[in-house]
Design a binder for this molecule. Structure first.
Ligand SMILES: [Zn+2]
Length: 305
């Protein structure tokens, strides 16, 4: 009997030792994990933006000192009709910096931002000096990136003052990457001076104004943006103008399409007027620079035909 017990003990001791050892290793690993999470939560600035284009600019300036979540990341949804989820509301409640477009474009974002009193906020309508009646697609204004840099540096520095010079250096670096865009704009605005165009929806109007072109059928696009059908005289004017060959190109927003705009686009194609496609939001697979250059490439191509 005693002999049997002793043998059992020899078997059990190593097994128990291994179990204890494994337990210690797991506990240590778990504690390390917890410590890391705590460190990150206190160090990384939590940024939420409604539009991915502002998210990219915030990410460029905050660098490795923060993390950015943008809500409208898919070019397949129409932001004018977006309705936020409970999950989105929670993200806004946790954010330390919130960037909203403003001017009623993303009213839900402005509302969530107001509810989070502790967060820093950038309302792009204030950055660009929006006045009632102005076109609210601010990210298409030629100077937008430059105008966003200082507010980003200021707000981020108020959250993390020790990183101010790091944020400033990042902002400079980001602006340097956008030089090809400025060059292309300058080149095209010479070619485009005085050219006439038409648009199905005014998404790109801020950029077009910067390029010096003239929208000769504003009633049409205004009606579409307001969610109405253009009146018959404006539709007729659209068709006549195309036929007269006065229009250098037509701009279409595929994210705000309906039967009227589709017909307007196919009319342009029939009359061999080039159609430039401009999405409302930044496609996920392109950065701001690639996205903007791609639109300008389409315009350049349109001028050749
Ligand atoms: Zn729009």
């Amino acid at each position: 009997m005693q002999k049997k017990n002793r043998r059992l003990r020899w078997v059990l001791i190593p097994v128990i030792a291994v179990i204890i050892l494994l337990g210690l290793i797991f506990q240590r690993a778990w504690q390390n994990e917890k410590a890391n999470q705590g460190l990150e939560a206190t160090k990384k600035i939590n940024i939420v933006t409604s539009l991915a284009v502002y998210g990219e600019m915030a990410k460029a300036v905050v660098g490795n000192r923060g993390q950015v979540d943008s809500i409208l990341t898919k070019a397949s949804i129409d932001p004018h009709e977006y309705e936020p989820s409970v999950e989105t509301a929670k993200q806004y409640a946790k954010a330390q910096l919130i960037i909203s477009n403003g001017a009623g474009y993303d009213a839900w974002s402005t509302k969530f931002a107001k509810a989070n009193q502790k967060a820093q906020k950038i309302n792009v309508n204030q950055v660009v000096g929006y006045q009632a009646g102005d076109n609210e697609h601010f990210w298409y204004q030629p100077m937008i990136a430059k105008q966003m840099m200082q507010p980003l540096v200021d707000k981020l520095s108020s959250i993390d003052p020790a990183s101010k010079s790091y944020f400033e250096a990042n902002a400079k670096k980001y602006m340097a990457t956008l030089r090809p865009l400025e060059n292309k704009r300058n080149k095209l605005s010479v070619q485009l001076k005085g050219k006439k165009i038409m648009v199905t929806e005014p998404v790109y109007d801020n950029a077009l104004t910067g390029l010096g072109v003239k929208n000769i059928n504003q009633n049409f696009s205004r009606a579409i943006e307001a969610g109405n059908d253009p009146i018959p005289t404006d539709v007729l004017a659209w068709n006549d103008t195309l036929k007269q060959g006065e229009v250098a190109f037509v701009v279409n927003n595929p994210q705000a399409e309906n039967t009227v705009t589709k017909r307007a686009v196919s009319m342009a194609r029939q009359d061999k007027v080039p159609v430039v496609e401009v999405t409302e939001t930044k496609p996920d697979d392109k950065n701001y620079l690639q996205w903007q250059l791609e639109i300008l490439d389409q315009i350049e191509e349109a001028l050749k035909s």
